[in-house]
Design a protein around this ligand. Structure first.
Ligand SMILES: Nc1ncnc2c1ncn2[C@@H]1O[C@H](COP(=O)(O)OP(=O)(O)O)[C@@H](O)[C@H]1O
Ligand SMILES: [Mg+2]
Length: 152
């Protein structure tokens, strides 16, 4: 289904929140990440994160497929604000240490560094372990920068 069709289904249930953000479902297979207090002034931050996610995705790093920045009604303020829409990944908490999923995570972080990124704040809060897909996904790139000389 086209992303524009999915967005017409409206905002779905609450997924989780981070320090500054609020994540809700959109349709069955996507989420939107809003700033918790969600005003238009946050647009550059969402756009920055989308840009980083796109770069990582195009390099083959395991990240939820980024779809774009769309204006959506915020569940708290009811204002129409920009949100970063991406693929929804069913999540299980990552337990670190000597297991298969930690090894996948380390490998991904190594790949990220090899491409010249500095994986800012890449703690266990910012990784999704998905047992159904046997895969880990890196998330939350707000504090990241593109590597020097990186061409979009
Ligand atoms: N694409 C996604 N699919 C499923 N859950 C997600 C997705 N993105 C974020 N989440 C959930 O929302 C939480 C907060 O997201 P995050 O991007 O880390 O926000 P913050 O920048 O506020 O820390 C994550 O820890 C995770 O549980
Ligand atoms: Mg986070």
């Amino acid at each position: 289904m086209e992303i524009s069709e999915i967005l017409k289904q409206g905002l779905g249930k609450y997924v989780n929140r981070g320090k500054y953000n609020l994540i809700h479902m959109v349709g069955n297979g996507h989420v939107v990440k809003f700033k918790r207090f969600g005003g238009m002034e946050f647009k550059p931050f969402s756009e920055h994160e989308y840009k980083i996610a796109k770069a990582l995705y195009s390099l083959g790093i395991s990240v939820p497929k980024p779809e774009g920045i769309f204006n959506i009604e915020h569940p708290k303020t009811h204002l129409i604000v920009p949100g970063f829409v991406m693929e929804y990944i069913p999540e299980k908490r990552l337990i670190i240490g000597g297991n298969y999923e930690s090894a996948l995570w380390s490998r991904e972080i190594k790949e990220v560094r090899r491409h010249g990124f500095d994986p800012f704040d890449s703690g266990t809060d910012n990784v999704i372990w998905c047992p159904q897909r046997n895969r880990i996904y890196l998330i939350d790139f707000e504090g990241w920068e593109l590597p020097k000389g990186y061409k979009i």
